[in-house]
Design a protein around this ligand. Structure first.
Ligand SMILES: [Fe+2]
Length: 155
């Protein structure tokens, strides 16, 4: 077994990764929610953009969970587990304006980038080079989503 410091940094990384996974599922479902419920003159454009984003977000979930398992820790087990750990909030309201949806997702993706930065920091401390490298791609994708959403809003 590793030393005490190594165990602690590995545990902190697993906790952060499980939080990232919970936020990935929360952001995925919110993006799908808005994909399903968006309305207005830009319906088709926004509906398709949000589906692209949802597909991209869902695609990272398996990789995040399996990095946790490869490091010898337990990962998420249920919707309840997601709900306990997510920091990106749900939006169950009806009648949300299309632009308000895009703005909320833009802000959520910026928050997601901050979460990824914290994971990268912990991966560096734990000497987890594989996670460290993968986080760079996930960050680029999240920044691209935030960029597309921001530019679509015109701000
Ligand atoms: Fe769809």
């Amino acid at each position: 077994m590793g030393n005490k410091k190594g165990d602690n940094t590995g545990k902190a990384l697993a906790e952060a990764m499980n939080g990232l996974l919970a936020d990935s599922f929360a952001l995925y479902l919110k993006t799908k929610n808005f994909h399903w419920h968006v309305a207005g003159p830009h319906f088709r454009e926004y509906h398709l953009l949000l589906d692209d984003h949802a597909t991209q977000i869902l695609a990272i979930t398996d990789a995040v969970a399996e990095r946790v398992r490869k490091n010898g820790h337990r990962t998420l087990t249920s919707i309840g587990d997601i709900a306990r750990r997510q920091s990106i909030s749900d939006n169950d309201k009806s009648g949300v304006a299309a632009e308000a949806m895009l703005k909320e997702l833009r802000d959520d993706n910026i928050a997601f980038v901050a979460k990824l930065r914290a994971v990268k920091e912990l991966a560096g401390q734990a000497g987890d080079n594989a996670t460290d490298g993968m986080v760079d791609d996930w960050t680029d994708q999240a920044q691209e989503r935030a960029w597309f959403l921001g530019e679509t809003l015109g701000k």
